[in-house]
Design a binder for this molecule. Structure first.
Ligand code: NDP
Ligand code: MG
Length: 334
């Protein structure tokens, strides 16, 4: 089954002519989507709390930010671009009371709608428009005349008006220039969570740490272990990005390629695959979402403690030191 993909010709910006789009949050996605829509001729109102750098940024970009409640009142399309873990509370208190039938409730990630933290009132369809890239890229590609591919999903797939408005919105942020893939709230949310847990964040971090520890425990210098197990990962990922696994294998030595085929499957083995299936089932059953929501209700104490501990891992210490020596790296410290 291949996905349905929409392009510029499938979308009509005129659909948004008489609409007001409320962008709640002026962070990574908010600042990019608000500016792209405005440049596309749409009426945008920004909802952003005062007293923060993002508020000042919105003002410096020529917006006049209002409260989330006020923006929700004004908006025909109301896009919640706040951190996922605060959306439920802010929605119930400041957004929901101002939605009227015919409004569209939007988001760029389906977590809260799919797991019931954001429930639209009667007569309001939920619309997901999710750029497959960070906000700064959504903005810079748009300014270059391109666009980051996006996803679209509807809580009511028979709502053709909402689909047309969603495609117009996607065009307004540049998404249809790159292609807009139709998905569902369930598919977007579940694949996103699984991907970040199994590969992007969880899987790869643990793989790197385990390999680093294996070398250091065997008596090799941590600097060598850092270069081999973390630093060089970027070269490999860049090759994946440009030409998939095949291009990586074409570019590395035959020795590396032979090691890949013969040893890789011993690292990711049947046990790992079984565990991946379990992780996927926890995501699908809503167990992961429940854990994360409860963690936040409890003040995220154990989450914050883990974050602190992880920062002190030896690979982080040696990494900080080595990155300072590599002046061409735009090195960051949190
Ligand atoms: P950011 O963290 O960059 O921005 C969050 C915004 O929400 C800021 O304007 C922040 O303002 C405001 N905010 C944070 N906490 C509160 C609060 N308690 N009350 C009121 N306002 C608050 O978020 P992102 O842009 O990364 O994420 C927004 C959505 O987009 C999420 O659903 C995310 O999953 C999705 N998404 C993100 C992508 C990305 O690459 N970043 C990619 C695709 C989707 P302040 O400065 O005042 O804190
Ligand atoms: Mg994601």
């Amino acid at each position: 089954m291949t996905a349905k993909i929409y392009y510029d010709n499938d979308a009509d910006l005129a659909r948004l002519k008489d609409k007001t789009i409320a962008i709640l949050g002026y962070g990574s996605q908010g600042h990019a989507q608000a500016q792209n829509l405005r440049d596309s001729g749409c009426n945008v109102v920004v909802g952003q709390r005062p007293g923060s750098a993002n508020y000042d940024l919105a003002v410096s970009h020529g917006f006049e930010p209002v409260s989330a409640a006020e923006a929700s009142k004004q908006g025909d399309l109301v896009n919640i671009l706040l951190p996922d873990e605060v959306q439920g509370d802010i929605y119930r208190e400041h957004i929901k009371p101002h939605l009227v039938p015919g409004n569209l409730l939007m988001c760029s990630h389906g977590f809260n709608v799919h797991f019931g933290q954001v429930e639209p009132p009667e007569g309001v369809t939920c619309l997901l428009v999710a750029p497959k890239g960070p906000g700064h890229l959504v903005r810079s590609e748009f300014e270059r005349g391109g666009g980051v591919p996006s996803l679209i999903a509807l809580s009511d797939e028979t709502d053709e008006e909402a689909r047309a408005l969603g495609l117009a919105y996607s065009k307004g942020i540049g998404g249809t220039r790159g292609g807009v893939i139709e998905t569902t709230f369930a598919e977007e949310t579940e694949t996103d969570l699984f991907g970040e847990q199994a590969v992007l964040c969880g899987g790869v971090s643990e793989l790197v740490k385990a390999a680093f520890e294996t070398l250091v425990d065997a008596g090799y210098q941590p600097e060598m272990a850092y270069f081999e197990c973390m630093h060089e990962l970027k070269l490999i990922v860049d090759l994946f990005y440009q030409g998939g696994l095949g291009y990586m294998r074409y570019s590395v030595s035959n020795t590396a390629e032979y090691g890949d085929y013969t040893r890789g499957p011993r690292i990711i083995n049947d046990d790992t695959r079984a565990e991946m299936k379990k992780i996927l089932q926890e995501v699908q059953a809503g167990h992961f979402a429940r854990d994360w929501i409860l963690e936040n209700r409890a003040g995220a104490a154990s989450f914050k403690a883990t974050r602190r501990m992880q920062r002190e891992h030896p690979i982080e210490e040696v990494g900080r030191r080595l990155r300072r020596l590599m002046t061409w790296i735009d090195s960051k410290e949190v």
